[in-house]
Design a protein around this ligand. Structure first.
Ligand SMILES: [Zn+2]
Ligand SMILES: [Zn+2]
Length: 406
């Protein structure tokens, strides 16, 4: 009886080990959640199977060494893996390209490339030249965060240089010349727009990308912005397009892990974006503001800058530093800038507008007080008297204003 039992058990073990081996030789299913996790697994000898199911899974993992090729439809993509240590020889960079007032970020990882926005159409040749300089003639992903011209205009330049696999955009049509030229150049490559869904994920080399927004459809084009998080090892990067408070709130409600090492500040630092609640969830160490010098919108606003100061975030700015390159080794990030590496990007005191005439003082004929031209309590035009120097004002019997302390 005992002997029979042992034989039966041996037979069962052999059967189970057979199952395990068969499973191990099968290619990993593309939708397997473990599909792109590459783990060092110590293979156990076939005769020492104690838990065939677990063993089968281990073998399964080991046979799948490389990431599956991304397909054109995001819904068929493999879910992005949890943060993992990038393999040796792996590289990761984000180029926050200076395109003046507009967004343009190039993510490069292990020979794969994703371009997020391209600035205005006037920046097309700059985007073209930038990709050419780096030899990036193929974009695995091109992302038009939303249909505004300061984001999609320059993508035409990219499409004239590089071939594209997948184009992501929150809409497939939009009534503007810029959008039409974007779709024209896409169709020349026989690429159609893929509208991503929140939660969609794909890999870019050994980095993983997750779509966090838009969570719904919006009237305001800025709120339709594709918001995405790129994770590389222990470092992460949040791209927000021009998403404003409404869209930010909906992303917060969706309950994603928003934490990121580097934040591309929403809407060029406008005060309509970067709500406290949103920033608190992201808790970035660094922020990049893609903004043009002397833009007519007043971007970045003191409102946003002060929040970033409060949160102790180190700020980089295209308007002051040109193109900004962030490199990650999977553990930490480092930055290099085209110019003004150590310029004060987020001063505690807002710079007051330069007075037209430096050294000019304005006196009040009635009160006999004199002011700086930037004082809030300047007299009415008709009561003003001008001095070239402080001494001149004092000599004329005028007293300094108690507010602006000239
Ligand atoms: Zn914009
Ligand atoms: Zn916009």
């Amino acid at each position: 009886m005992k002997k029979k039992m042992t034989i039966w058990l041996l037979a069962l073990l052999l059967l189970l080990s057979g199952c395990g081996a068969a499973e191990g030789t099968e290619p990993a299913l593309p939708d397997s959640p473990d599909g792109i996790v590459s783990e060092e697994v110590v293979q156990q000898p076939q005769t020492d199977i104690t838990d065939s199911e677990e063993n089968g899974q281990d073998v399964d993992e080991e046979t799948e060494q490389s990431s599956p090729e991304p397909s054109n439809s995001l819904s068929e993509q493999t879910p992005a893996p949890e943060a993992m240590t990038p393999p040796e020889n792996s590289t990761f960079e984000v180029h926050y390209i200076d395109v003046g007032q507009g967004d343009c970020s190039l993510v490069l990882c292990d020979g794969k490339a994703m371009l997020i926005d391209g600035g205005e159409a006037s920046e097309s040749s700059k985007v073209y030249a930038y990709l050419k300089k780096l030899g990036v003639n193929h974009l695995d992903y091109i992302v038009a965060t939303h249909a505004h011209s300061d984001h999609i205009g320059g993508l035409s330049g990219a499409l004239n240089y590089a071939s594209v696999d997948t184009a992501l955009c929150p809409v497939t049509s939009y009534d503007s010349k810029t959008f039409n030229s974007f779709t024209k150049y896409l169709s020349q490559q026989e690429v159609s727009i893929t509208v991503p869904e929140p939660g969609d994920a794909f890999s870019l080399g050994s980095a993983s990308v997750t779509i966090l927004g838009p969570q719904k459809s919006y009237e305001d084009t800025n709120d339709t912005s594709i918001v995405m998080k790129v994770v590389y090892g222990k470092t992460s990067f949040l791209f927000t397009g021009d998403a404003e408070r409404t869209a930010e709130a909906d992303i917060l409600d969706a309950g994603y892990d928003l934490s990121a090492t580097v934040l591309k500040v929403g809407h060029h630092g406008s005060d309509t974006s970067t709500s406290y609640a949103f920033l608190r969830e992201i808790m970035p160490e660094y922020a990049v503001i893609q903004v043009g010098k002397g833009n007519s919108y007043g971007h970045p606003t003191e409102d946003t800058l002060s929040k970033l100061r409060d949160a102790d975030v180190k700020v980089y700015r295209n308007d002051l530093q040109g193109t900004i390159i962030c490199t990650s080794d999977g553990e930490t990030v480092s930055f290099s800038t085209e110019k003004n590496e150590s310029v004060q990007t987020n001063p505690t005191v807002t710079a007051t507008p330069e007075p037209n005439n430096v050294g000019e003082y304005i006196g009040n004929k009635n009160s006999k007080k004199f002011h700086l031209p930037t004082c809030k309590n300047l007299p009415a035009e008709k009561n003003r008297v001008f001095f070239d120097s402080r001494q001149e004002a004092v000599d004329a019997g005028f007293d300094p204003c108690g507010n602006c302390h000239p």
